[in-house]
Design a protein around this ligand. Sequence first.
Ligand SMILES: NC(=O)C1=CN([C@@H]2O[C@H](COP(=O)(O)OP(=O)(O)OC[C@H]3O[C@@H](n4cnc5c(N)ncnc54)[C@H](OP(=O)(O)O)[C@@H]3O)[C@@H](O)[C@H]2O)C=CC1
Ligand SMILES: C[C@H]1O[C@H](OP(=O)(O)OP(=O)(O)OC[C@H]2O[C@@H](n3cnc4c(=O)[nH]c(N)nc43)[C@H](O)[C@@H]2O)[C@@H](O)[C@@H](O)C1=O
Length: 316
Amino acid sequence: MDKTAKIFVAGHRGLVGSSILRKLHNLKYERIITRSRSELDLGNQQAVLEFFMDERPDYVFLAAAKVGGIHANHTYPAQFIYENLTIQANVIHSAYLSKVTKLLFLGSSCIYPKYAPQPMKEECLLTGELEPTNESYAIAKISGIKMCEAYNRQYQTQFISVMPTNLYGIHDNFDLETSHVLPALLRKFHEAKLNNQPFVSVWGSGKPKREFLYVDDLADACVFLMQRDVSGEQSILNIGVGQDLSILELALLIKKIVGYEGEVRFDPEKPDGTPRKLLDVSRMEKLGWKAKVTLEEGLKQTYEWYVNQGIAGYEL
Ligand SMILES: NC(=O)C1=CN([C@@H]2O[C@H](COP(=O)(O)OP(=O)(O)OC[C@H]3O[C@@H](n4cnc5c(N)ncnc54)[C@H](OP(=O)(O)O)[C@@H]3O)[C@@H](O)[C@H]2O)C=CC1
Ligand SMILES: C[C@H]1O[C@H](OP(=O)(O)OP(=O)(O)OC[C@H]2O[C@@H](n3cnc4c(=O)[nH]c(N)nc43)[C@H](O)[C@@H]2O)[C@@H](O)[C@@H](O)C1=O
């Protein structure tokens, strides 16, 4: 991927896409193409094909998707399967037809079985039942991985899939209904502090364990992979930090960073989801890549960004 390559970042306004865009700008890539959803609906097959045939990008980062936390996934399974299947099918097929050199598809750690041995290796894909709260999303993501593999086998394309663990960072979604746990807890603890609330409600039992990767580390890994030949069995790669913590431990860390002094209460009416999903990151380590940002550093940066955006009501 030389500096004059034409690069399309799909989903450039999202958490991941915006971070990939920042990384490419910092590395002085000169020909980056973006389209907002109103300019190009990636669910529109004809429009996507016309765009690829007109623009002829060399490299594609496919970071556009229907994304959400446990509640959104559980409540809107039809939208999660339909939108993800159509976006990825349109982009991957058009990339093949327009002879894209290399495409990187964003999967997710939720593609692995609910009770997969920990840490989860890439080989455990399709070896057991999925977690019901995000089955629709996971099935769509598995289809995207299999589509990339099928095109590589039949058409000799270079389409790779990465499986990031739970992500967080600046430009995340802080909506309490649709967000993931980390931005939700940053917001809940922050608002509880501002409003002197006596407790913060944390969903589920607090026992599930999750691994969190700062989004700029993910963007770094994605660009690293685009710049290298990772064909064959390495066309699927886990990306994580290799360490996890319980939701209770996460809540206590966020409470400390925000400086909230009230109580943490659990809401057993809300689902726990997968008990644990820690990724085995040895494939990426063998390639020479490792995450750099610690959870505490990443949380502080994200909290500062959230507060400075003005969403939170006051400046730090
Ligand atoms: N966030 C996480 O914890 C994880 C994310 N991933 C994967 O990473 C990728 C990016 O996720 P993330 O950045 O968090 O998601 P976001 O929701 O932050 O961003 C998704 C982007 O896709 C765009 N988009 C959605 N539908 C369409 C459409 N029909 N046409 C054009 N654009 C569209 C959105 O546009 P708009 O701004 O207009 O809504 C948005 O910019 C996804 O594939 C996700 O599955 C994987 C593991 C964990
Ligand atoms: C990235 C990943 O994200 C999703 O899977 P998830 O990891 O289960 O998602 P989550 O971040 O929303 O929750 C993690 C844990 O945290 C608990 N929890 C506590 N309190 C809040 C809370 O306030 N909000 C949320 N959302 N969760 C909370 C919550 O009950 C659960 O036990 C999938 O959509 C999946 O498709 C996917 O790919």
